[in-house]
Design a protein around this ligand. Structure first.
Ligand code: MN
Length: 714
């Protein structure tokens, strides 16, 4: 294990200004906090953070990163708190430690590899600061190096699969090939121990059989290059077991058929030298077609640059040769971390083709030509408009920022969305309008009887959820219009004393440009076509009574068209939503009201004190918080049903009617209910503008000498 002074010396070697005292304090703090905790290897636990810090010094990372590495497990695994760290080591380190802790809590539970890309994005989005990710990669590398101590095979396999799916690709994206290679080989040795064994022993066999053929080839290449007067560093290496395994799987070939297990690297000073060396290699040796790749003029997405070619080498062996400059080499091995090590000597130019991906990632698009700015811009801006959340089974869904459980439910399936009544976020019941956070685990609670609530439309952000809710509302409105239209038409048949016959309506569908009887009812309900127009088209022989009935229906249709505007009178409803005023309490403007989402009839408006609301107490998700708009159209009126007990006199009706019209109201319907002695109960619907107006009407009626009581119908 790296000792305290060694670690400090390493940091001081590349950053002479680093805060030595702070590094010492962090080391001592980690040792103290982890106390007698042990790793599975039997080593004291604090050896782990010290080794992680050691790995990061190889990449010459800054003071805050090294201190964070030392402290990275203290908040998670020891009594230390965020506040402790902030007090002792400052805000920057505390924020980084918090970032690593958050990242360590998420686990890829997903079985399918298609989820892996989302999970990598989640890790990136949660990293926020690129240094958090670098520490996490070093942490994972050390854990993989010591994974063989772990007793549980299932755990070893799970961690190895996660490393292969998530962390190795992330290292590759950051251009850190050295870490990527090591992570892959370690994971491979756990996941496929037999294959790993047979590949390594075959490699050993070839090495012995070939003698020191690698060395001989290196010698020959050195001679070739020196003859041309080029300064170069050349070494040979075997391909890694995991990349051989991948190639065997990809090309479906056996290990015996893989012959170019040797690769050679030529490191030169300039780009011109790269192409010069390539020319020499191609002149001296037979080129293998299809193996030449120029990543200098076309770098890989992660900034990797190099020339690759395959030739038949000096001893008739197939070999691969990679040619690159020193700087390209460092970038290939260390990736984004190479920027830190170059900052002392020469500024890294970000205007080249390198690090296109990193540039997006780090939001360095604005004037980032010097390395100091690069250091300051360690915040990851990629995916900050997206969040990633888990299902209880571990499936991962990407959603836009500010998404809610309803969006999540619709993302899974429209059926789940349509029937969701609640959500558990990380095990706790939360309102459906809660904003989801990265890494949340969400369980959607379902009910077969639940339907989409129009209120959802106000907070969902995904197009899928919006469309589904609108579709539902449209459908509800349609059902309501159909029902209403059919009632109107049936009423007219009744008044005309013609037996209602749905079949005969089919004959006029073409004339009214409708494709079904249902659609015909809907246009009546919506007030687009008058029921009387349809009736007299079907029964022209009834036209004599036309005048009389038209008046009745003109009046009714006026109330229909008013109906479609009704949602405009109420705050808190989506415009156009199907609604009706409940018959149990006849709410009018001025009353305190609530909305209840009903199945099939849109929203029912009740007075807040209506006794019927008791029925819905156990279903708070159906309740809508609504109120009247202040400026309701002055001429809009609402029918209220009154029961008036009145002396049975021939002039009674006229007296009532006059009284009502004196207070600017109107009786739209009247009938007698029951008679007892000389008194009669009259049921009448009066049109009123609001609650005050209703009071006026009731007072006016009560003031009449013939009236003994007036009450609103319950
Ligand atoms: Mn750790």
């Amino acid at each position: 294990m790296l000792r305290q002074f060694e670690l400090v010396e390493r940091v001081k070697s590349y950053d002479p200004n680093a805060d030595e005292e702070g590094l010492n304090r962090a080391y001592v703090f980690a040792v103290k906090m982890h106390g007698s905790q042990k790793r599975e290897s039997g080593d004291p636990y604090f050896s782990h953070p010290v080794e992680v810090a050691g790995i990061l010094t190889e990449y010459k990372l800054d003071y805050a990163t090294i201190v964070t590495a030392l402290l990275h497990d203290t908040v998670e695994d020891t009594p230390a708190s965020y506040a402790d760290i902030e007090g002792l080591f400052g805000k920057e380190v505390a924020t980084l430690v918090e970032g690593v802790t958050k990242l360590s809590k998420i686990q890829n539970q997903a079985e399918h590899t298609r989820q892996a890309e989302n999970f990598r994005k989640l890790v990136l989005a949660m990293s926020e600061d690129i240094r958090v990710l670098l520490i996490k990669l070093a942490d994972r590398l050390h854990n993989m190096r010591t994974l063989h101590f772990c007793q549980k095979e299932e755990k070893r396999k799970r961690i190895s699969q996660e490393t292969l799916d998530i962390y190795a690709p992330l290292a590759e994206r950051l251009g850190m090939n050295r870490i990527k290679d090591e992570l892959e080989d370690l994971a491979f040795s756990q996941l496929h121990p037999e294959a790993y064994q047979s590949i390594t022993s075959r490699l050993n066999f070839l090495r012995e059989k070939g003698g020191n053929i690698t060395e001989k080839i290196v010698e020959q290449l050195r001679k070739d290059v020196a003859e041309a007067g080029i300064e170069a560093e050349i070494y040979g290496r075997e391909k890694r077991p995991y990349s051989i395994w991948q190639k065997m799987n990809r090309k479906n070939i056996s290990f015996e058929q893989i012959c170019d297990i040797m690769a050679f690297r030529v490191i030169v000073n300039t780009i011109e030298d790269c192409y010069h060396v390539l020319g020499i290699v191609h002149t001296k040796y037979h080129m293998i077609p299809g193996r030449y790749k120029d990543y200098i003029s076309t770098p890989k997405g992660n900034g990797y640059q190099s020339l690759h070619t395959g030739v038949i080498g000096p001893f008739k062996e197939r070999i691969e040769v990679q040619i690159r400059t020193k700087e390209m080499h460092d970038v290939a091995e260390m990736g984004v971390a190479a920027h830190w090590s170059y900052r002392e000597n020469k500024p890294v130019t970000m205007d080249g083709k390198q690090f296109r991906w990193m540039r997006e990632l780090l939001d360095l698009l604005n004037d980032s030509s010097n390395s100091d700015e690069f250091l300051e811009n360690t915040k990851i801006s990629m995916y900050n408009d997206q969040i990633f959340c888990f299902t209880p089974k571990g499936d991962l869904y990407g959603l836009p920022k500010d998404a809610t459980p309803v969006d999540f439910a619709y993302a899974i399936h429209s059926n789940i969305g349509d029937h969701c009544i609640g959500a558990k976020i990380n095990g706790e019941i939360k309102p459906l309008r809660t904003f989801l956070q990265n890494g949340d685990q969400i369980e959607i609670l379902l009910s077969k009887t639940q339907t989409p609530s129009p209120e959802w439309e106000r907070f969902v952000v995904t197009a899928k959820a919006k469309a589904a809710i609108r579709r539902f509302i449209r459908h509800q409105k349609h059902i309501q219009f159909v029902e209403f239209g059919k009632n109107l038409l049936q009423g007219l048949y009744k008044e005309e004393k013609v037996p209602f016959n749905e079949k005969e309506l089919e004959g006029v569908l073409g004339f009214f440009k409708q494709s079904s009887v249902e659609d015909l009812y809907a246009v009546i309900g919506e007030g687009i076509v008058l029921a009387s127009d349809i009736f007299y088209r079907v029964h022209p022989e009834q036209r004599s009574a036309f005048r009389k009935v038209v008046d009745i229906f003109r009046k009714k249709s006026k109330s229909i068209s008013r109906k479609s505007d009704e949602s405009n009178m109420i705050k808190g409803l989506v415009s156009g939503i199907a609604l009706h005023y409940s018959r149990c309490c006849h709410p009018v403007p001025g009353d305190k009201i609530v909305g209840i989402v009903t199945t099939g009839k849109g929203v029912a408006i009740h007075r807040a004190d209506c006794v019927m609301l008791k029925k819905y107490e156990s279903e708070p998700e159906r309740w809508l918080d609504i109120e009247w708009k202040e400026n309701i159209m002055p001429d809009a009126t609402f029918p209220v049903r009154l029961v008036v007990t009145v002396m049975d006199k021939p002039s009674g009706l006229a007296t009532l009617s006059t009284a009502v019209s004196k207070v600017q109201s109107n009786i739209s319907h009247i009938s007698t209910a029951s008679k007892s002695g000389s008194f009669i109960d009259v049921v009448m619907d009066v049109d009123v503008k609001n609650a005050n107006h209703l009071e006026e009407v009731i007072s006016a009626l009560k003031s009449l000498s013939i009236v003994t009581s007036v009450r609103k119908e319950k």
